[in-house]
Unconditional design. Structure first.
Length: 154
């Protein structure tokens, strides 16, 4: 099988994603399942997922992080960070948005985390995760987040 070739068609969808950091500035990531029928199996990625019908990005973020981590984001500092638009029209689909949120998790919530999806979770420092086998668009969002003070309009 070729690199990351799915055995059935993948369906892109609008998604909400958390750039979740702890008090040390480490990022909470998920090692995605090894299932070939998902985007980027066996890669580290951010927690989050597709919007369900009728949901906005904020609602999807809250639902996904509760399902995947048992994380109640109402107890965290949350703000929109960036949005990627992916144009799939060249392959007969449409444009989708992946919205990333900056989420600072209080230390006490670490004890409440419970992995509900993926192979494992881990807090990783930026040097480690920027060198890891990661979902490319999540890795770029984290790179932007790490270096947000060094990106300017000049």
């Amino acid at each position: 099988m070729r690199y990351l070739e799915p055995s059935r068609p993948l369906v892109p969808a609008d998604a909400a994603v958390g750039l979740i950091t702890d008090e040390a500035g480490e990022y909470l990531l998920q090692l995605r399942d090894s299932n070939a029928d998902i985007f980027f199996p066996d890669h580290w990625g951010c927690f989050g997922g597709a919007l369900e019908p009728g949901e906005n990005h904020e609602q999807a973020l809250a639902r996904e992080l509760m399902e995947e981590l048992n994380l109640d984001i109402s107890k965290c500092a949350v703000k929109k960070f960036t949005r990627y638009t992916f144009d799939f029209t060249s392959v007969g689909y449409y444009e989708i948005d992946r919205v990333f949120y900056d989420i600072v998790m209080p230390p006490a919530l670490k004890l409440e985390l419970k992995l509900g999806e993926g192979q494992k979770m881990a807090f990783l420092d930026s040097d480690s995760l920027l060198k890891a086998k990661m979902v490319p668009y999540d890795q770029f969002a984290i790179w932007m987040h790490v270096y947000r003070d060094k990106i300017s309009d000049a």
